[in-house]
Design a protein. Structure first.
Length: 608
């Protein structure tokens, strides 16, 4: 437990840095607020024992004036302390969520893909809420509660020791009731949190894959699963509510017994002349102030188990190391030519299974280089390494003879655009998606980019044109339309190095031809790398690199590679032997027009 308290304290120091003044102001006004509230029992005692008992009517007006001043002090100190503390700790919560979100954006892609959407959401919002609330309780509530337990206890002892001891004995009974119910209440609170989190992730995941659910006719099954989960949550909620209600009524019962007990014992002392009626009433009011403080301290201690759970979960994600690191001495990447070189690169997604095994390859500027090969040979892996989604185990990747690990990640990715096959679109408008990651963009630039991507025609037919909202993932668009928007984003950025993962896989022949021409225009100013899955795309390449078993097996022009009668020729033959009548057979086997290299690619690729 002490270890967790230290971890929590260290976390507080990180996110409360620079907020000491605000916390001290909030703490000071909270203490003034609580001290002012202690005047109520004294005023009640004075009213009964002096004003009423001694018939001092002349003191009634001054007493009312003092009460008015106290109310004003309570109002302003309460407002100030609440505003300062709420703003401070809400800022802490904001910083925690922002920091965790920022760290997760840099986390390894594999780690993020393994997490449920609801899980990420809950840890960013739910667990930070729990931790931030405890910061407030630990730094403000707990010190004030402990201070006033001492002050109130001292006042009560000063008034009458025997009466004070009687009150303490009854309060101990109340504390035992609280402790008895807190553990089962905490158990059900954790069950509620876990089940609610699971159902949240379930809903997000099912609706994100709604097309798959419907095409597999799994709607009824998913509905039953969700209903079963809701029934479990309902059962937990009912039990938790009834347990909480029973706890609440038990405390009320003890409170009533406590009140009657004090009246009975205190009344006997009043009748015996050992204390005044005013003192008895003051005891009742003071004891009423003492109980919430003790209950708050006990609740803080018992609820720490819940805080520990959130702390573990927060730190688990907070400590996830980025997949790539930027050295302190990293410099801005300033491209001159854009020549890309892979030198003896080794890499794999699992330590014992390398995908690239000493790969060496060169991608020349102002040329289109097609990367071909069967599924799993490392084509997409090569692209991911170039944009530093991962770093090689061994070897180097150079751009203009500069190791990409020695430049800032931001400048690297500003100079490279990697268009992924089936690239995801965000909710929002088409305009937002085209400009995403580009920064400021003018209307003329966006229209020109959409035109190059063959997207302007279908966009202008939409109800609101470029400002049409497309929903999460662009579900209102066809695959080809979504791909054209992704390509428009590329053309708008106009990068110096372009990596395309089969950019025309979902396009019709007419649009595909226009995209090919736009890509050929790109090579006038950029290094273009095409991970090609279709013969029609590879036709436009100036150079072909054939991967096999994690290395470059062959490279050259289409004619040169066919002449070698090696792997490339085998892939070419394989495509030509497809069923007669398929468009690809005619496309592959028909010679290209003069001046254009007719090259070919194998089947589509999985994750490599």
């Amino acid at each position: 437990m002490w270890k967790d308290l230290v971890a929590l304290w260290n976390l507080a120091k990180i996110y409360l840095k620079g907020k000491t003044g605000a916390i001290l102001l909030g703490l000071f006004t909270s203490i003034i607020f609580s001290l002012t509230g202690l005047a109520t029992p004294y005023l009640t005692r004075f009213l009964i024992d002096v004003v009423f008992h001694a018939s001092r009517g002349d003191l009634l007006l001054p007493l009312l004036i003092i009460c008015g001043v106290i109310l004003i002090i309570l109002f302003f100190t309460g407002i100030i302390s609440d505003y300062v503390l709420v703003r401070t700790f809400e800022r802490v919560k904001l910083l925690m969520r922002h920091d965790l979100f920022r760290r997760l954006l840099k986390a390894p892609v594999d780690f993020l893909l393994m997490q449920r959407s609801g899980e990420l959401n809950y840890r960013i919002f739910g667990d930070t809420e729990t931790i931030q609330s405890f910061f407030n309780r630990l730094l403000i509530g707990l010190p004030i509660d402990l201070l006033f337990i001492v002050i109130i206890s001292s006042i009560m002892v000063g008034w009458n020791l025997r009466m004070a001891l009687f009150v303490f004995a009854v309060l101990c009974l109340q504390v035992l009731v609280i402790i008895g119910f807190q553990k089962p209440l905490l158990k059900y609170a954790l069950l509620q949190k876990g089940k609610a989190q699971f159902l949240s992730g379930f809903v997000v995941e099912r609706f994100r894959n709604i097309q798959l659910t419907r095409t597999l006719n799994a709607g009824a099954m998913e509905t039953d699963s969700f209903k079963s989960g809701l029934e479990e949550l309902m059962g937990i909620n009912v039990k938790a509510y009834m347990l909480g209600k029973f706890s609440e009524l038990s405390v009320v019962l003890v409170n009533n017994i406590w009140s009657f007990g004090i009246l009975w014992y205190g009344g006997r002392l009043v009748l015996a002349g050992q204390i005044t009626l005013g003192t008895l009433m003051a005891f009742l009011l003071t004891a009423g102030m003492l109980y919430p403080r003790i209950a708050s301290v006990v609740g803080s201690v018992l609820s720490f188990q819940d805080v520990r759970a959130s702390l573990y979960r927060f730190l688990e994600y907070h400590r996830v190391m980025p997949a790539v690191h930027e050295p302190p001495e990293a410099v801005e990447l300033l491209l001159e030519e854009g020549k890309v070189i892979f030198e003896n690169v080794w890499f794999g997604y699992k330590p014992e299974e390398p995908v690239l095994k000493g790969l060496s390859a060169t991608f020349e500027p102002r040329k289109i280089t097609a990367v071909v090969g069967r599924s799993g040979v490392g084509k997409s892996t090569l692209a991911r390494l170039l944009v530093r989604l991962y770093d090689p185990w061994e070897g180097r990747i150079l751009i203009d003879n500069v190791d990409i690990r020695q430049v800032t990640i931001e400048s690297l990715r500003n100079n490279i655009r990697y268009v992924i096959q089936g690239e995801f679109l965000f909710s929002g408008s088409i305009w937002d998606n085209i400009c995403y990651g580009v920064g400021s963009c003018s209307e003329e630039q966006v229209f020109a980019a959409a035109g190059k991507a063959g997207a302007d025609e279908f966009i202008m037919q939409l109800p609101e044109g470029f400002h049409t909202r497309i929903g999460e993932g662009g579900f209102q668009l066809s695959s080809g339309e979504a791909q054209r928007i992704a390509l428009a984003r590329l053309f708008l950025a106009n990068p110096r190095i372009v990596v395309l993962d089969e950019p025309t896989s979902f396009l019709d022949p007419e649009t595909e031809s226009a995209i090919h021409q736009a890509i050929m225009d790109l090579k006038e100013t950029a290094t273009v790398i095409v991970i090609a899955h279709r013969p029609s795309t590879v036709k436009i390449a100036d150079h072909i690199i054939v991967l096999d078993n994690g290395v470059v097996a062959e490279q050259g022009t289409h004619a040169e590679l066919l002449g070698k009668k090696g792997l490339y020729a085998a892939i070419y033959t394989e495509l030509c032997r497809r069923e007669p009548g398929l468009p690809v057979k005619k496309e592959v086997c028909t010679p290209a027009p003069a001046g254009v290299s007719s090259n070919v690619i194998s089947h589509g690729e999985g994750v490599s």
